[in-house]
Design a protein around this ligand. Sequence first.
Ligand code: GH3
Ligand code: MG
Ligand code: MG
Length: 328
Amino acid sequence: MGVVRLLLDITTALTSLLDLDQVLGEMLTRSVRLAAATAGTIILVDERGRAQRKIAVRNDKPYEADELILSRVLERGLAREVFLTGVPAKVDDTQLDPRWLRIDNNGQSSRSAVCLPVWRRRRILGILTLTHSRTHHFTDDLLELLEAVAGQAAIAIENAQLFGEVQRLATTDALTGLANRRHFLERAEAAFASGARPLSVAMIDVDHFKTVNDERGHLAGDAVLTDVAGRIRAALPEGALLGRFGGEEFAVLLPETDEAAALRAAETVRAAVSATPVNAGELALPTTVSVGVATWHDAGGDLREVLKRADERLYEAKRDGRDRVRAG
Ligand code: GH3
Ligand code: MG
Ligand code: MG
């Protein structure tokens, strides 16, 4: 295959992907194959030059590169030099080159290597390293070709990163970092449709929250919401799905949880909020929540019905004096 055709092929394959891990995996596998290398790694670098994500393949198969070693790979050696200079580097014999750190061997010896920066808009997005078990495997021509591949891959990486960011923005609540209402409902709907029962839902509402806004200002109110959200998340059992449902209202889906267990979880949440005053900037504000719990035992049914029941229990908790849990 001609070089142009080859590049076009790789570009098409990469830019059709939107998942970052897939892009990195595909880029790495294709580079390894193209260079007939034994193994390769791609390390994603964040804005501040820290290793962010690593993917490694050996003999065409993914392998677990040592996390600790890879996270330090930008601190020393060849990858660091390439990161600092921004220029590709080639090692013809790893045993004779002091830049080569024998840290990424995984039981096999690499005798030659190339290391390239992945540039995009004057920033290094990542470092691509390919190795071979023989010395002098990589030619200058090959290095040049790999640079072109890295240039194309950079566009695909940027696309995937942007797509991921847009997805994150569309699914999270900006203030608390929790799932937003739509995303919560989508995921809850999926959990509900899976048919696994029992399944419980809890609606949590901050008590007299309007007073905080009125007396302390909207910023203090925001800070209370953030702190309360953090406490709820920390108090919930693993597997619980938490979302910000509305202004000062949170919703929880507890998969495979019966009413007794859901009540315990809700009580833990309630206690976690009231235990100590909530931090709102300089202020420490005693805060409480009321919780309504509803449980669904049979397969089928309607998620909205369960949410409505939890909401009714929530208002019962409010009527009964707030800072309490009601179920049924
Ligand atoms: P109750 O105990 O009955 O729940 O009383 P409450 O005051 O908490 O209930 P109400 O629904 O009257 O007030 C909720 C307030 O939450 C009104 C609204 O201005 C405020 N709010 C909604 N979203 C936000 C937000 O994002 N930030 C802030 N600071 N306030 C918010
Ligand atoms: Mg309220
Ligand atoms: Mg409310």
